[in-house]
Design a protein around this ligand. Structure first.
Ligand code: ZN
Ligand code: ZN
Length: 269
């Protein structure tokens, strides 16, 4: 399989999430220089109750964020620039996401599991999600995301065990099989994330993606850039990886957007 040519990157952050740098226009300029045709800005969503405040924008910054994407469109008109948001997969917020973003003209949302809650305990989904209870919760969230129709793709679904070979237990493998079957049945693309690859975070996690390929899952390639100069970083490496794994790569978004009632992922030409 030939490595797919990547036209767009849909997972980019801005300084507003408090752990990234730069604004929409800076990513747009880098994308243009890298020969991309479109980008999607999808910063970490604010939440109505202010939860997890240190890693996301505040609600009061939303208007400014939207204006920043608008002014990037004006500054770099050769590029198609989509307005998105990276959202925690937490059903309590689903109605709010719909009303605040999609109903107000956002082009798309990305769904991510950064935390799971087991009992009273909040666990990081980046490697701490190993117990049977945590895995059940993880699978359930991905299922809820797929059924909600809110999300264009699921970000870094393979953060679950973060590449620790000892973490590939039969339980993790079984949960992964379940997640891949759910995603495949819903035509929900899964993100192959170059940030993980470039920073040695343990994802993309090969055993996960072997099962994803076997299940017929679609993959979206993104850089999850938190620095403008990383807008296209690692794209060719993950494109090669996708080809090697036999994954079908899709670009799920264009200006006519997928949206909540959209036509589903667009096959990569
Ligand atoms: Zn981030
Ligand atoms: Zn991100």
């Amino acid at each position: 399989m030939h490595a797919p040519r990547v036209r767009g990157v849909y997972h980019l952050h801005t300084y507003r999430c408090r752990h990234a740098r730069g604004d929409a226009v800076h990513y747009a300029q880098e994308a243009r220089a890298a020969g991309l045709q479109r980008i999607g800005v999808a910063d970490h969503t604010p939440l109505p109750d202010g939860r997890w405040p240190t890693v996301r924008m505040q609600l009061a910054e939303l208007a400014d964020y939207e204006a920043a994407v608008e002014s990037a469109r004006a500054a770099v008109p050769e590029l198609e620039i989509l307005l998105g948001m990276e959202c925690e997969i937490e059903p309590a917020y689903f109605g709010w996401y719909r009303d605040t973003f999609l109903a107000r003209g956002y082009n798309y949302l990305i769904g991510s599991v950064h935390f799971v809650t087991v009992g009273d305990e909040e666990l990081s989904a980046f490697g701490a999600c190993r117990s049977v209870e945590a895995l059940v919760q993880w699978v359930q969230r991905i299922r809820q995301a797929c059924e909600s129709g809110l999300f264009a793709f699921i970000a870094h679904p393979d953060n679950i065990a973060c590449g620790d070979p000892a973490a590939w237990t039969p339980e993790v493998a079984a949960a992964t099989r379940e997640v891949c079957a759910i995603a495949a049945a819903h035509g929900m693309p899964l993100e192959l994330n170059a940030l993980g690859l470039m920073e040695g975070r343990g994802y993309p996690w090969r055993p996960f993606w072997e099962l994803a390929a076997e299940a017929g899952c679609h993959a979206v390639l993104s850089t999850d850039a938190h620095r403008p100069q990383h807008t296209a970083r690692g794209l060719s490496q993950i494109a090669d990886l996708a080809a090697e794994l036999g994954l079908r790569v899709v670009e799920p978004l264009t200006a006519d957007r997928r949206g909540p009632d959209g036509a589903g992922p667009r096959p990569h030409p």
